[in-house]
Design a protein around this ligand. Structure first.
Ligand code: ZN
Ligand code: ZN
Ligand code: ZN
Length: 130
């Protein structure tokens, strides 16, 4: 793939709920629009913002630790040591859900709303709501 080298952030954004319908909000911080009811909710999470700003990741070229300095993800940074540009992408969040039929743990990407999942172990289908 052409373009910037990407590294995944290690800081997971919080899973926030809509103040109006209790549905899951799309991941992120700041003004987030609920996909289920359209309400605009402000998501703030001091701890996560601090962690994101202070996150240090090794430069993909020279391994010098570079401080992100911002809670934005993705963010493009330039290594202070070798001047190589790279991008920090948001962490991929996964949530563990137990299959109601066989208790097998499934790792899913949380997404607003309900959806039907087929368990890979016992093939029974069940619906999940985040
Ligand atoms: Zn809502
Ligand atoms: Zn570097
Ligand atoms: Zn199962």
């Amino acid at each position: 793939m052409e373009g910037l080298v990407e590294i995944e952030s290690k800081v997971a954004p919080p899973i926030a709920r809509c103040a109006h319908c209790e549905g899951m909000l799309p991941l992120g911080l700041g003004e987030i629009t609920c996909l289920l009811c359209g309400a605009i909710c402000r998501v703030t999470h001091e701890r996560t913002i601090t962690d994101l700003r202070e996150e240090r990741l090794p430069c993909p070229s020279c391994k010098t630790l570079v401080v992100a300095g911002s809670e934005e993800r993705p963010i493009e940074l330039i290594c202070g040591s070798c001047r190589a540009p790279f991008r920090i992408t948001p962490k991929v969040v996964k949530v563990e859900i137990g299959c109601p039929s066989c208790d097998r743990m499934l790792r899913l990407k949380p997404r607003p709303g309900s959806r039907t999942i087929a368990c890979p172990a016992c093939e029974s289908e069940f619906s999940v709501t985040f």
